[in-house]
Design a protein around this ligand. Structure first.
Ligand code: SF4
Length: 442
Protein backbone atom coordinates (compact mmCIF):
# COMPACT_ATOMS: atom_id res chain seq x y z
CA UNK A 1 0.00 0.00 0.00
CA UNK A 2 1.25 3.46 -0.79
CA UNK A 3 1.83 5.36 2.51
CA UNK A 4 0.11 8.37 1.02
CA UNK A 5 -3.11 6.30 0.85
CA UNK A 6 -3.51 6.40 4.63
CA UNK A 7 -4.81 9.34 6.61
CA UNK A 8 -6.63 9.98 9.84
CA UNK A 9 -10.06 11.63 9.92
CA UNK A 10 -10.69 13.47 13.15
CA UNK A 11 -13.28 15.90 14.34
CA UNK A 12 -11.95 19.07 12.77
CA UNK A 13 -8.30 18.01 12.86
CA UNK A 14 -5.82 17.92 10.01
CA UNK A 15 -4.79 14.58 8.46
CA UNK A 16 -2.07 12.80 10.38
CA UNK A 17 -0.45 9.46 9.65
CA UNK A 18 1.28 8.27 12.85
CA UNK A 19 -1.53 5.87 13.84
CA UNK A 20 -1.74 4.58 10.31
CA UNK A 21 1.98 3.86 10.36
CA UNK A 22 1.62 2.04 13.69
CA UNK A 23 -1.26 -0.01 12.31
CA UNK A 24 0.71 -0.98 9.22
CA UNK A 25 3.59 -2.04 11.45
CA UNK A 26 1.18 -4.08 13.58
CA UNK A 27 -0.36 -5.77 10.55
CA UNK A 28 3.02 -6.75 9.15
CA UNK A 29 4.15 -8.01 12.60
CA UNK A 30 0.98 -10.07 12.73
CA UNK A 31 1.57 -11.56 9.27
CA UNK A 32 5.13 -12.44 10.27
CA UNK A 33 3.91 -14.12 13.46
CA UNK A 34 1.24 -16.10 11.60
CA UNK A 35 3.85 -17.34 9.13
CA UNK A 36 6.28 -18.07 11.97
CA UNK A 37 3.69 -19.99 13.97
CA UNK A 38 2.71 -22.06 10.93
CA UNK A 39 6.34 -22.83 10.23
CA UNK A 40 7.18 -24.32 13.64
CA UNK A 41 3.92 -26.10 14.47
CA UNK A 42 5.42 -29.48 13.63
CA UNK A 43 8.24 -28.98 16.10
CA UNK A 44 6.56 -27.45 19.11
CA UNK A 45 3.10 -29.04 19.14
CA UNK A 46 0.02 -27.52 17.52
CA UNK A 47 -2.13 -27.03 20.62
CA UNK A 48 0.27 -24.94 22.66
CA UNK A 49 1.31 -22.77 19.74
CA UNK A 50 -2.29 -22.28 18.74
CA UNK A 51 -3.13 -21.22 22.29
CA UNK A 52 -0.28 -18.74 22.32
CA UNK A 53 -1.24 -17.31 18.97
CA UNK A 54 -4.92 -17.09 19.95
CA UNK A 55 -4.02 -15.20 23.10
CA UNK A 56 -1.90 -12.73 21.20
CA UNK A 57 -4.50 -12.38 18.44
CA UNK A 58 -7.35 -11.77 20.90
CA UNK A 59 -5.47 -9.00 22.68
CA UNK A 60 -4.49 -7.21 19.47
CA UNK A 61 -6.98 -7.92 16.75
CA UNK A 62 -9.84 -5.63 15.75
CA UNK A 63 -13.27 -6.90 16.83
CA UNK A 64 -15.55 -9.15 14.79
CA UNK A 65 -17.40 -7.22 12.16
CA UNK A 66 -20.27 -7.92 9.74
CA UNK A 67 -18.70 -8.70 6.37
CA UNK A 68 -20.41 -7.30 3.26
CA UNK A 69 -23.41 -6.20 5.33
CA UNK A 70 -23.70 -2.52 4.37
CA UNK A 71 -27.17 -1.59 3.09
CA UNK A 72 -27.70 -2.09 -0.62
CA UNK A 73 -28.09 0.79 -3.04
CA UNK A 74 -31.83 1.57 -2.69
CA UNK A 75 -31.83 1.55 1.08
CA UNK A 76 -28.58 3.48 1.26
CA UNK A 77 -30.06 6.14 -1.06
CA UNK A 78 -33.13 6.48 1.19
CA UNK A 79 -30.91 6.71 4.29
CA UNK A 80 -28.94 9.53 2.66
CA UNK A 81 -32.09 11.30 1.53
CA UNK A 82 -33.32 11.39 5.13
CA UNK A 83 -30.04 12.95 6.34
CA UNK A 84 -29.40 9.94 8.62
CA UNK A 85 -25.83 9.56 7.33
CA UNK A 86 -22.69 11.43 8.23
CA UNK A 87 -19.02 10.80 7.58
CA UNK A 88 -17.61 9.37 10.79
CA UNK A 89 -15.04 11.12 12.92
CA UNK A 90 -11.87 9.57 14.35
CA UNK A 91 -10.99 6.98 11.77
CA UNK A 92 -8.10 5.97 9.57
CA UNK A 93 -8.24 5.70 5.82
CA UNK A 94 -6.07 2.80 4.69
CA UNK A 95 -6.46 2.89 0.94
CA UNK A 96 -10.02 1.62 0.42
CA UNK A 97 -10.13 0.10 3.90
CA UNK A 98 -10.95 2.13 7.00
CA UNK A 99 -10.39 1.67 10.71
CA UNK A 100 -12.59 3.30 13.34
CA UNK A 101 -10.64 4.68 16.31
CA UNK A 102 -13.52 5.56 18.61
CA UNK A 103 -13.52 2.51 20.81
CA UNK A 104 -10.99 -0.26 21.46
CA UNK A 105 -12.83 -2.55 19.04
CA UNK A 106 -10.90 -0.65 16.34
CA UNK A 107 -13.13 -2.06 13.58
CA UNK A 108 -11.21 -2.61 10.38
CA UNK A 109 -13.63 -2.49 7.44
CA UNK A 110 -13.28 -3.19 3.74
CA UNK A 111 -15.75 -1.53 1.35
CA UNK A 112 -19.24 -2.88 2.04
CA UNK A 113 -18.49 -4.05 5.60
CA UNK A 114 -20.41 -3.10 8.76
CA UNK A 115 -18.86 -2.43 12.16
CA UNK A 116 -19.03 -4.47 15.36
CA UNK A 117 -21.41 -1.88 16.87
CA UNK A 118 -23.59 -2.30 13.73
CA UNK A 119 -23.82 1.45 13.13
CA UNK A 120 -20.87 2.17 10.86
CA UNK A 121 -20.19 1.12 7.30
CA UNK A 122 -17.43 1.51 4.74
CA UNK A 123 -18.77 2.86 1.47
CA UNK A 124 -16.09 3.17 -1.19
CA UNK A 125 -13.32 3.89 1.30
CA UNK A 126 -15.21 6.34 3.53
CA UNK A 127 -16.54 5.47 6.99
CA UNK A 128 -20.10 6.58 7.65
CA UNK A 129 -22.35 6.48 10.67
CA UNK A 130 -25.90 5.37 9.93
CA UNK A 131 -27.30 6.72 13.18
CA UNK A 132 -27.29 10.45 12.74
CA UNK A 133 -30.45 12.30 13.74
CA UNK A 134 -32.51 9.10 13.84
CA UNK A 135 -33.07 7.99 17.45
CA UNK A 136 -35.17 4.87 17.87
CA UNK A 137 -36.12 5.91 21.41
CA UNK A 138 -36.61 9.20 23.22
CA UNK A 139 -38.22 9.92 26.53
CA UNK A 140 -38.31 12.36 29.44
CA UNK A 141 -36.86 10.77 32.59
CA UNK A 142 -36.10 11.89 36.13
CA UNK A 143 -32.34 12.40 36.30
CA UNK A 144 -32.34 9.94 39.24
CA UNK A 145 -33.26 7.21 36.77
CA UNK A 146 -29.87 7.38 34.98
CA UNK A 147 -28.97 6.99 37.94
CA UNK A 148 -27.36 10.32 38.86
CA UNK A 149 -28.00 11.25 42.49
CA UNK A 150 -25.62 14.20 42.85
CA UNK A 151 -26.44 16.11 39.67
CA UNK A 152 -29.38 18.55 39.46
CA UNK A 153 -31.59 16.36 41.70
CA UNK A 154 -35.30 16.44 41.06
CA UNK A 155 -34.93 17.61 37.44
CA UNK A 156 -36.05 15.87 34.28
CA UNK A 157 -33.74 14.98 31.43
CA UNK A 158 -34.58 14.57 27.75
CA UNK A 159 -33.20 11.11 26.93
CA UNK A 160 -32.46 9.61 23.55
CA UNK A 161 -30.81 6.57 21.97
CA UNK A 162 -30.16 4.94 18.65
CA UNK A 163 -29.60 1.26 17.94
CA UNK A 164 -26.18 -0.35 18.41
CA UNK A 165 -23.56 -0.99 21.04
CA UNK A 166 -19.83 -1.57 21.29
CA UNK A 167 -20.37 -4.32 23.90
CA UNK A 168 -22.09 -7.71 23.94
CA UNK A 169 -23.26 -7.94 27.58
CA UNK A 170 -24.84 -11.30 28.33
CA UNK A 171 -27.15 -9.52 30.78
CA UNK A 172 -28.08 -6.52 28.60
CA UNK A 173 -31.42 -5.06 29.64
CA UNK A 174 -31.87 -3.06 26.43
CA UNK A 175 -30.78 -5.70 23.96
CA UNK A 176 -33.83 -5.04 21.77
CA UNK A 177 -32.16 -1.82 20.66
CA UNK A 178 -28.50 -2.25 21.63
CA UNK A 179 -28.07 -5.47 19.62
CA UNK A 180 -29.96 -4.26 16.57
CA UNK A 181 -28.92 -2.63 13.32
CA UNK A 182 -30.26 0.81 12.42
CA UNK A 183 -32.40 -0.77 9.69
CA UNK A 184 -34.09 -2.95 12.31
CA UNK A 185 -35.24 0.03 14.36
CA UNK A 186 -35.79 2.73 11.73
CA UNK A 187 -37.67 2.88 8.44
CA UNK A 188 -36.85 5.64 5.94
CA UNK A 189 -39.78 4.88 3.66
CA UNK A 190 -42.82 7.16 3.49
CA UNK A 191 -43.07 10.92 3.88
CA UNK A 192 -40.38 12.70 5.87
CA UNK A 193 -41.21 13.35 9.52
CA UNK A 194 -38.85 15.85 11.15
CA UNK A 195 -39.63 16.20 14.83
CA UNK A 196 -39.52 19.73 16.24
CA UNK A 197 -41.33 21.37 19.15
CA UNK A 198 -44.06 21.15 20.16
CA UNK A 199 -44.07 17.41 20.80
CA UNK A 200 -47.21 15.87 19.25
CA UNK A 201 -49.61 14.31 21.74
CA UNK A 202 -49.33 10.93 20.09
CA UNK A 203 -46.76 9.26 17.90
CA UNK A 204 -47.39 5.81 16.50
CA UNK A 205 -44.61 3.19 16.36
CA UNK A 206 -44.63 3.62 12.62
CA UNK A 207 -44.06 7.38 12.96
CA UNK A 208 -41.26 6.88 15.50
CA UNK A 209 -39.54 4.51 13.07
CA UNK A 210 -39.74 7.19 10.40
CA UNK A 211 -38.96 10.34 12.33
CA UNK A 212 -35.80 12.40 12.35
CA UNK A 213 -34.57 14.33 15.36
CA UNK A 214 -31.51 16.32 14.32
CA UNK A 215 -29.18 17.84 16.92
CA UNK A 216 -30.65 21.37 16.82
CA UNK A 217 -34.16 19.92 17.01
CA UNK A 218 -33.28 17.67 19.95
CA UNK A 219 -31.94 20.67 21.86
CA UNK A 220 -35.04 22.72 21.04
CA UNK A 221 -37.24 19.81 22.10
CA UNK A 222 -35.48 19.41 25.45
CA UNK A 223 -35.86 23.11 26.14
CA UNK A 224 -39.52 23.16 25.14
CA UNK A 225 -40.19 20.24 27.52
CA UNK A 226 -38.57 22.08 30.44
CA UNK A 227 -35.59 19.72 30.66
CA UNK A 228 -32.32 21.38 31.72
CA UNK A 229 -30.31 18.49 30.26
CA UNK A 230 -30.12 15.94 27.47
CA UNK A 231 -29.08 12.36 28.23
CA UNK A 232 -27.43 10.06 25.69
CA UNK A 233 -28.47 6.76 27.14
CA UNK A 234 -30.35 3.42 26.93
CA UNK A 235 -27.96 1.86 24.35
CA UNK A 236 -24.37 3.20 24.09
CA UNK A 237 -23.53 6.77 23.04
CA UNK A 238 -20.03 5.71 21.98
CA UNK A 239 -21.72 3.82 19.15
CA UNK A 240 -23.64 6.94 18.09
CA UNK A 241 -20.69 9.21 18.78
CA UNK A 242 -21.15 11.74 15.96
CA UNK A 243 -24.83 12.31 16.77
CA UNK A 244 -24.02 12.63 20.46
CA UNK A 245 -21.17 15.08 19.85
CA UNK A 246 -23.22 17.37 17.58
CA UNK A 247 -26.24 17.26 19.89
CA UNK A 248 -24.02 18.11 22.86
CA UNK A 249 -22.86 21.23 21.01
CA UNK A 250 -26.43 22.20 20.06
CA UNK A 251 -27.48 21.72 23.68
CA UNK A 252 -24.67 23.93 24.94
CA UNK A 253 -25.81 26.64 22.49
CA UNK A 254 -29.11 26.64 24.41
CA UNK A 255 -27.35 26.51 27.79
CA UNK A 256 -28.56 22.97 28.41
CA UNK A 257 -26.36 20.38 30.13
CA UNK A 258 -25.28 17.08 28.63
CA UNK A 259 -25.33 13.70 30.36
CA UNK A 260 -23.59 10.65 28.92
CA UNK A 261 -24.66 7.24 30.21
CA UNK A 262 -21.92 4.95 28.99
CA UNK A 263 -19.98 1.74 29.39
CA UNK A 264 -16.83 3.89 29.27
CA UNK A 265 -15.25 1.85 26.49
CA UNK A 266 -13.83 4.68 24.44
CA UNK A 267 -10.40 5.62 23.16
CA UNK A 268 -8.59 8.52 24.77
CA UNK A 269 -8.75 11.05 21.95
CA UNK A 270 -12.47 10.79 21.08
CA UNK A 271 -13.18 10.75 24.82
CA UNK A 272 -11.41 14.05 25.34
CA UNK A 273 -13.04 15.58 22.26
CA UNK A 274 -16.47 14.61 23.55
CA UNK A 275 -16.09 15.18 27.29
CA UNK A 276 -15.36 18.88 26.83
CA UNK A 277 -19.08 19.22 26.02
CA UNK A 278 -20.30 16.84 28.73
CA UNK A 279 -21.49 18.02 32.15
CA UNK A 280 -22.18 14.69 33.81
CA UNK A 281 -21.56 11.05 33.12
CA UNK A 282 -22.81 7.84 34.50
CA UNK A 283 -20.35 5.04 33.81
CA UNK A 284 -20.89 1.31 34.17
CA UNK A 285 -17.87 -0.21 35.84
CA UNK A 286 -19.11 -3.71 35.23
CA UNK A 287 -16.53 -5.58 37.25
CA UNK A 288 -12.92 -5.54 38.31
CA UNK A 289 -11.52 -8.68 36.73
CA UNK A 290 -10.23 -8.47 33.17
CA UNK A 291 -11.25 -12.03 32.27
CA UNK A 292 -14.79 -11.57 33.56
CA UNK A 293 -15.17 -8.30 31.63
CA UNK A 294 -14.20 -10.13 28.49
CA UNK A 295 -16.63 -13.01 29.08
CA UNK A 296 -19.60 -11.08 30.44
CA UNK A 297 -19.41 -7.91 28.35
CA UNK A 298 -16.84 -8.25 25.62
CA UNK A 299 -14.92 -5.29 27.04
CA UNK A 300 -11.57 -4.38 28.51
CA UNK A 301 -11.32 -3.25 32.12
CA UNK A 302 -8.22 -1.10 31.64
CA UNK A 303 -9.94 1.03 28.99
CA UNK A 304 -12.83 1.79 31.32
CA UNK A 305 -10.48 2.69 34.18
CA UNK A 306 -8.65 5.08 31.87
CA UNK A 307 -11.94 6.71 30.80
CA UNK A 308 -12.87 7.22 34.46
CA UNK A 309 -9.54 8.91 35.12
CA UNK A 310 -10.02 11.12 32.05
CA UNK A 311 -13.44 12.22 33.29
CA UNK A 312 -11.91 13.14 36.62
CA UNK A 313 -9.02 14.97 35.03
CA UNK A 314 -11.44 16.95 32.85
CA UNK A 315 -13.60 17.85 35.87
CA UNK A 316 -16.74 16.21 34.49
CA UNK A 317 -19.10 15.18 37.28
CA UNK A 318 -19.63 11.42 37.15
CA UNK A 319 -21.07 8.57 39.15
CA UNK A 320 -20.32 4.87 38.86
CA UNK A 321 -22.68 1.93 38.73
CA UNK A 322 -21.70 -1.66 39.37
CA UNK A 323 -24.19 -4.40 38.55
CA UNK A 324 -23.57 -7.35 40.82
CA UNK A 325 -24.18 -10.44 38.67
CA UNK A 326 -24.20 -13.77 40.53
CA UNK A 327 -21.28 -16.04 39.57
CA UNK A 328 -19.72 -13.28 37.44
CA UNK A 329 -19.19 -10.09 39.43
CA UNK A 330 -20.23 -11.02 42.96
CA UNK A 331 -16.72 -11.87 44.15
CA UNK A 332 -16.39 -9.78 47.31
CA UNK A 333 -12.64 -9.67 47.09
CA UNK A 334 -12.83 -8.16 43.60
CA UNK A 335 -15.52 -5.73 44.79
CA UNK A 336 -13.27 -4.67 47.66
CA UNK A 337 -10.36 -4.08 45.26
CA UNK A 338 -12.62 -2.08 42.95
CA UNK A 339 -13.78 0.15 45.80
CA UNK A 340 -10.20 0.66 46.97
CA UNK A 341 -9.20 1.68 43.45
CA UNK A 342 -12.11 4.14 43.22
CA UNK A 343 -11.25 5.70 46.58
CA UNK A 344 -7.56 6.02 45.71
CA UNK A 345 -7.77 7.10 42.06
CA UNK A 346 -11.08 8.94 41.89
CA UNK A 347 -11.60 10.07 45.47
CA UNK A 348 -13.81 9.13 48.41
CA UNK A 349 -16.53 11.52 47.19
CA UNK A 350 -17.20 9.55 44.00
CA UNK A 351 -20.71 8.07 44.26
CA UNK A 352 -20.96 4.33 43.68
CA UNK A 353 -24.24 2.59 42.92
CA UNK A 354 -24.45 -1.16 43.39
CA UNK A 355 -27.29 -2.54 41.35
CA UNK A 356 -29.22 -5.76 41.70
CA UNK A 357 -29.15 -8.12 38.74
CA UNK A 358 -32.43 -9.56 37.45
CA UNK A 359 -32.32 -12.52 35.03
CA UNK A 360 -32.57 -11.40 31.41
CA UNK A 361 -31.25 -11.68 27.86
CA UNK A 362 -28.75 -14.56 27.88
CA UNK A 363 -28.57 -15.02 31.66
CA UNK A 364 -32.13 -16.07 32.40
CA UNK A 365 -30.83 -19.19 34.17
CA UNK A 366 -29.33 -17.11 37.02
CA UNK A 367 -31.18 -15.94 40.10
CA UNK A 368 -31.46 -12.28 41.14
CA UNK A 369 -28.58 -11.00 43.25
CA UNK A 370 -29.23 -11.86 46.91
CA UNK A 371 -29.85 -8.67 48.91
CA UNK A 372 -27.30 -9.90 51.45
CA UNK A 373 -24.57 -9.78 48.75
CA UNK A 374 -25.47 -6.17 47.97
CA UNK A 375 -25.36 -5.23 51.64
CA UNK A 376 -21.92 -6.84 51.96
CA UNK A 377 -20.74 -4.95 48.87
CA UNK A 378 -21.94 -1.66 50.38
CA UNK A 379 -20.17 -2.51 53.61
CA UNK A 380 -16.95 -3.21 51.72
CA UNK A 381 -17.23 0.11 49.84
CA UNK A 382 -17.75 2.05 53.06
CA UNK A 383 -14.85 0.23 54.68
CA UNK A 384 -12.66 1.37 51.77
CA UNK A 385 -13.68 4.93 52.63
CA UNK A 386 -16.29 5.77 49.97
CA UNK A 387 -18.74 8.38 51.23
CA UNK A 388 -21.73 7.86 48.95
CA UNK A 389 -22.71 4.26 48.33
CA UNK A 390 -26.15 3.25 47.07
CA UNK A 391 -28.05 0.07 46.33
CA UNK A 392 -30.43 0.12 43.38
CA UNK A 393 -33.18 -2.17 42.07
CA UNK A 394 -34.26 -3.27 45.56
CA UNK A 395 -37.54 -1.42 46.23
CA UNK A 396 -38.31 -0.94 49.91
CA UNK A 397 -34.77 -1.54 51.20
CA UNK A 398 -34.31 1.04 53.94
CA UNK A 399 -31.94 3.91 53.12
CA UNK A 400 -30.64 2.10 50.05
CA UNK A 401 -30.86 5.30 48.04
CA UNK A 402 -30.38 7.96 50.74
CA UNK A 403 -27.43 10.34 50.82
CA UNK A 404 -25.75 10.68 54.19
CA UNK A 405 -23.55 13.59 55.22
CA UNK A 406 -20.01 12.17 55.54
CA UNK A 407 -19.32 14.54 58.46
CA UNK A 408 -22.37 14.32 60.79
CA UNK A 409 -23.83 11.10 59.22
CA UNK A 410 -27.36 12.53 59.04
CA UNK A 411 -29.46 11.77 55.94
CA UNK A 412 -29.46 14.86 53.71
CA UNK A 413 -31.32 13.52 50.65
CA UNK A 414 -33.94 10.80 50.70
CA UNK A 415 -35.31 9.16 47.59
CA UNK A 416 -38.14 6.83 46.79
CA UNK A 417 -37.68 5.00 43.49
CA UNK A 418 -36.83 7.98 41.23
CA UNK A 419 -38.35 10.77 43.34
CA UNK A 420 -36.56 13.00 45.84
CA UNK A 421 -38.68 12.91 49.02
CA UNK A 422 -36.48 14.95 51.39
CA UNK A 423 -33.75 17.46 50.58
CA UNK A 424 -31.66 18.91 53.39
CA UNK A 425 -28.90 20.69 51.52
CA UNK A 426 -28.38 24.44 51.41
CA UNK A 427 -26.04 25.73 48.69
CA UNK A 428 -24.55 22.23 48.34
CA UNK A 429 -23.87 21.83 52.07
CA UNK A 430 -25.42 19.73 54.82
CA UNK A 431 -28.18 21.71 56.53
CA UNK A 432 -27.26 20.17 59.90
CA UNK A 433 -23.49 20.65 60.10
CA UNK A 434 -22.54 22.74 57.06
CA UNK A 435 -20.20 20.13 55.51
CA UNK A 436 -19.97 20.28 51.72
CA UNK A 437 -21.70 17.43 49.84
CA UNK A 438 -19.99 16.60 46.55
CA UNK A 439 -22.09 17.14 43.44
CA UNK A 440 -23.56 19.65 41.01
CA UNK A 441 -26.59 21.09 42.73
CA UNK A 442 -27.68 23.91 40.40
S1 SF4 B 1 -17.40 2.73 17.76
FE1 SF4 B 1 -18.28 1.04 16.56
S2 SF4 B 1 -17.20 1.18 14.60
FE2 SF4 B 1 -16.00 2.33 16.03
S3 SF4 B 1 -14.46 0.90 16.81
FE3 SF4 B 1 -16.18 0.89 18.24
S4 SF4 B 1 -17.49 -0.81 17.56
FE4 SF4 B 1 -16.09 -0.32 15.88
Amino acid sequence: MNPSDSREVLAGASPETADARRLRGRLSRRSALVAGAAGVVGLAGAASLFDLFSKWRDSEAPADIFKADAPKEDLWALWQERGWVKEASHYLKLGRNVQCKICPNNCLLSPGDRSHCRNKINIAGTLYTMVYGNPCVFHVDPVEKKPLFHFLPGTRTFSLATSGCVFRCLNCQNWEISQKKPEETKDPRGPELRLRPPLPERLSLNQIARLSLFPVDAAAMAESLGCPSISYTYSEPTSFYEYTADTCKAARDRKLRNIVVSCGSIEERPARDLYQFVDAAHVDLKGFEEGVYERLNGGKLQTILRALKTLKEMSVWFEIINLVVPTYTDNLEAIRRMCGWIAKELGADRPLHFSRFHPQHKLTHLTPTPVETLLQAREAARAEGLHYVYIGNVPGLKDAESTFCPACKKPVIRRDVFAVTAFDLAAGACRYCGAAIAGVWK
